[in-house]
Design a protein around this ligand. Sequence first.
Ligand code: FE2
Length: 462
Amino acid sequence: MSRTDCRGLDITAANAAAVAGFDRTIGAYLGLRADTGDHLKVTLEADPGFVMAHVLRGYFMLLFASRRLLGRALASLDAARKAAGEGGCNRREEMHIAALESWSSGDQNRALALWDRILTEWPRDVLALKLSEYWNFYLGDCRGMREVQARVAPCWDESVPDYGKVLGMSAFALEECGAYEEAERRGRRAVEIDGADLWGTHAVAHVMEMTGRPEEGIGWIDERGEDFAGCNAVVNHLWWHRALFHFELGRFDAVLDLYDREVLPADVFEYLDICNTVSILWRLEEEGVDVGDRWERVADAAAERAEDLQLVFADAHYAMAFAAAGRGGALDALIAAAEAFAEDAEQTQSGVMAAQGLALCRAAAAAKAEDWQGAVDLLYPRRRGIRAVGGSHAQRDLFQRSLIHAAERAGRERLACSLLAERCEEKPNSPIALRRYARVLAALGDGAAATAAERAAASLVQ
Ligand SMILES: [Fe+2]
């Protein structure tokens, strides 16, 4: 029968306890809580024929970006369809079923279009809002992220449950679009509403990363770290941000210490954990830091997922892990699978793989083979298009850094110099970029400019 959820949306469920369980599950999901699945289990026990609970389970399975869980997502889709056939469902729920079907078949563009239609009619459908954020993010469409948030904003205020979480999403979208001041204001407000708002905290950390405030960023995360007990793997990503702030300041020992204690997951690696760990180790090696045998665990984790091909962004990181660990066979197999995947015209991510992803995987192989010119040839023509693989600016910076590093190692100092000039203009408060810039300027014989860049870097590090 039709009931009402905590935000006033009609929802088909057998009893009030199931709806309350669904609301709790959504709240836990938005809060990035590790117990989200437990709430969903209780919800389905209260109503085994709950259409939206089955849809939600399907979405959750897909959010792991693991091919192994695709079967469970499809089973949830079947269960949702069956429940809708037996007990009926409303138009919004039908569209969610269609979105789950689209996503599980690899057509994320259609899923996004369906969530867009849902949000036009039901702007308080926070599930559609969060998933829309997720896929706009992984398709590199920060403008899309911002637009969706702006369109629903008039229908949200403090009286609506999880308003703070929506502010946090909005803050992140604004940050990715470069609207740092308003992003920080909204992110801080989200954290005022709920001190344990991991996503809002994360959005503000991004602002501090992009505006060159590493000391402040470390303080921001340190003040809140203990609030995130019970959160899911995204908390490891917040620690990644803290490690990145130390990296920016050239404190590589601190980065390695944080890596070992916090960024590296204790047991199971999610795809995001692999991205975090690869991203740190690769950066450190480019700065000449010996990372010991740390690649081994990361490459083992990547080997578990190499056939997934669910997110090009993640696949590129898996390739880097294999390249760095010297696992040529695994890397070749990944590239061969990615080549076949890139041919599949039905899949949204296939086009991204063809246009950008394969080049990133091949560039990783070239870099580790010390074919620096080869890496430059792969990365330079794509330096603007890389946005399409998704991830944040801070995450994709890994690829931009690789290009600069490869240019320098290839003896292309003039190219490295121009890329660093561009980088220092965009992010003037970056000590690590300024130091590299100083080194390249010195190699080109411009001692005065090198000294100025070195002094600028020193003035930023206490
Ligand atoms: Fe982030």
